[in-house]
Ligand binder design. Structure first.
Ligand SMILES: Nc1ncnc2c1ncn2[C@@H]1O[C@H](COP(=O)(O)OP(=O)(O)O)[C@@H](O)[C@H]1O
Ligand SMILES: [Mg+2]
Length: 561
């Protein structure tokens, strides 16, 4: 008799309080597929022991089909009942017996998942073209699942953070693929765009995957950055003194911050072309007739067109009146718009050493990344855009020339160049994108080895065609509906990600999707801190929490459900 009871207990195990344990032994088991489609995603009916409260959107779910594993992202959660009547007349949940009967049977949870990728028996990730059958079992992704998709850190793959709820593993970006097409880092102000961009650039520099030219509007990249909470973090020059050079438009600001810069950038008025102004049309309120006038002046006065316009000598103006069709009013309006150039000390009429030539030398011959600090000029969008347009146009010319000359021989090609701009929508606004150098670069793809890393909080204001050329999109929290739509537009499998994107944490969380990852992923971004510097400098894939994912994997690691 006694014996029998013991056996029964083995069949129906009880917890410390003597209550029957109803879970299946596998804590990761979520439930079974009960419906859905390839395009709209699948519905999974939750196992009764699974608490809906623990399931956050954005986490990975793996469905174990007969021949393959399907990787999905949780996009929505729903409470459902098998009996409509129960909604009008809920059972008495204070009775534990009734509660046990109802929960998970008549009333149950449904999770919605988007299909992202499948892995078959030979372990190669492939796009999903089929779906699992009814009642196939679904599980929380394990460390092994994630590692099978995101691989390990090496010369090309770089750890950017951990996936949701799977702290024991990491997400590795393919840096080669990252830099060969343009990259977007999006998110509201304060979500961690600058921190994340520094993490990405550190990876690219440490792995030598590209040289970077950073138009550093707010002194965020070169030297000693103060975070929102007042603590200091290192700039890229401090992390990679041999591979990064700082140059400055405002030497006083750089000196004050003790940033060791290589040289002060001076640009001669004579080198600025009307083309450099085209992208500033909306920012400087320049009309099309003013731009036409600029081209005319350029052809009459040659390289002196800006200085002579600003000088405004009576006989010069008369000459223009008589010999061109520029209306007098337009001429004066253009003159007034360009007057602000005179306040910018980096623009000069003196003959100066060619700063752009020096930048090209640093990038191409020394293979160094260059951070251009704007100092006080970072507050002037016009100054930022003029300088970025001008320098980028000249560097791009040089790159086109070099790549064409190399005749496809990679050993003669210049290094892959990534140009970083902030407030990117101002450069890539639909009204100007077709006429600016940044629009040209975004559209010509990787042909000339120059790509963009655009940092922006208003992706909806970026030209749609340019957006479609952004290969990898890294998106922190966005709350504007149009911005969310703009980043998800054109990404396959992104339909269900809307809810995920709108519910990211306000800091240090992002969805990465596109060219550099096998499937969209939500990450808690790696902290940019002392541990990060150490790991980067050691060149080894040490993670900031000091755990070794692979070691804990072997021991089964602590699983979070
Ligand atoms: N990866 C990160 N590591 C450490 N701190 C971070 C990280 N991401 C964000 N933060 C915190 O969030 C604040 C805002 O980040 P920041 O990059 O300046 O935002 P944004 O550029 O989007 O306005 C930082 O000052 C920092 O305290
Ligand atoms: Mg910022």
């Amino acid at each position: 008799m006694n014996q029998n009871i013991q056996n029964l207990d083995e069949w129906f195990p009880r917890d410390a309080q003597g209550k029957p344990i109803l879970t299946t032994p596998d804590q990761n088991y979520l439930g079974v597929v009960v419906g859905g489609s390839l395009s709209r995603g699948l519905q999974i009916r939750l196992e009764r022991a699974q608490s809906v409260e623990d399931l956050a959107v954005g986490r990975y779910v793996v469905i174990h089909g007969e021949q393959k594993r399907f990787f999905c992202m949780l996009t929505d959660i729903e409470l459902n009942t098998a009996n409509i009547g129960i909604q009008n007349d809920p059972p008495d949940m204070s009775d534990p017996f009734l509660r046990d009967i109802y929960t998970g049977t008549v009333a149950y949870g449904i999770i919605h998942v988007a299909l992202m990728l499948s892995i078959d028996e030979d372990n190669t990730p492939k796009p999903v073209k089929t779906i699992p059958a009814h009642f196939t079992r679904a599980y929380n992704a394990t460390e092994k699942d994630v590692n099978d998709v995101f691989g390990h850190e090496d010369d090309i793959h770089f750890n950017v953070g951990v996936p949701l709820e799977l702290e024991q593993t990491q997400i590795n970006l393919d840096l080669r693929r990252l830099v060969e097409r343009s990259v977007g880092v999006f998110g509201k102000s304060g979500t961690g765009k600058s921190f994340l961009t520094r993490v990405l650039l550190s990876g690219i520099i440490s792995r030598g995957q590209a040289v970077n030219l950073i138009f550093d509007m707010h002194n965020d990249y070169g030297w000693q950055i103060t975070s929102e909470n007042g603590y200091h973090v290192k700039g890229l020059r401090q992390l990679f003194p041999a591979n990064v050079s700082i140059i400055t438009l405002d030497p006083e600001s750089s000196r004050r911050r003790k940033a060791s810069y290589d040289f002060e950038v001076k640009l001669p008025f004579s080198e600025i072309e009307p083309f450099d102004l085209e992208g500033l049309k909306s920012t400087m309120d320049l009309s099309d007739t003013m731009i036409d006038a600029a081209y005319t002046l350029r052809s009459v006065w040659d390289k002196k067109w800006i200085s002579r316009l600003l000088e405004g000598r009576a006989e010069d103006l008369e000459y223009i009146q008589e010999h061109t069709n520029i209306p007098g009013g337009t001429m004066l309006a253009l003159q007034r718009r360009l007057e602000r150039f005179q306040r910018w000390e980096f623009l000069t009429n003196e003959p100066v050493e060619d700063s752009v030539q020096r930048i090209i030398h640093l990038l191409v011959d020394e293979e160094k990344s260059v951070v251009l600090e704007f100092g006080k000029y970072g507050n002037s969008l016009e100054a930022y855009m003029l300088v970025a347009n001008y320098i980028t146009r000249r560097i791009h010319e040089k790159y086109v020339e070099k790549v064409d000359k190399s005749l496809g021989d990679p050993s003669h090609e210049p290094p892959q160049l990534l140009i970083v701009i902030e407030e990117a929508h101002k450069f890539l606004d639909p009204r100007v994108a077709s006429q600016t150098i940044f629009g040209v670069i975004a559209r010509e793809l990787r042909k000339y080895k120059v790509t963009l890393l655009v940092v922006d909080q208003r992706p909806s204001q970026i030209d749609e065609e340019v957006m479609s050329q952004i290969g990898t999109r890294v998106t922190a929290l966005l709350d504007n509906e149009r911005d969310i739509h703009a980043v998800l537009n054109g990404v396959s499998g992104a339909g269900g990600l809307r809810e995920v994107l709108a519910r990211l944490d306000t800091k240090q969380q992002a969805i990465i999707m596109g060219h550099a990852v096998p499937m969209p992923v939500v990450v808690r971004t790696r902290a940019y801190d002392e541990d990060f510097y150490k790991a980067i400098l050691a060149g080894s894939p040490v993670r900031s929490n000091g755990d070794d994912a692979r070691k804990s994997l072997g021991k089964g690691g602590k699983k979070r459900v």
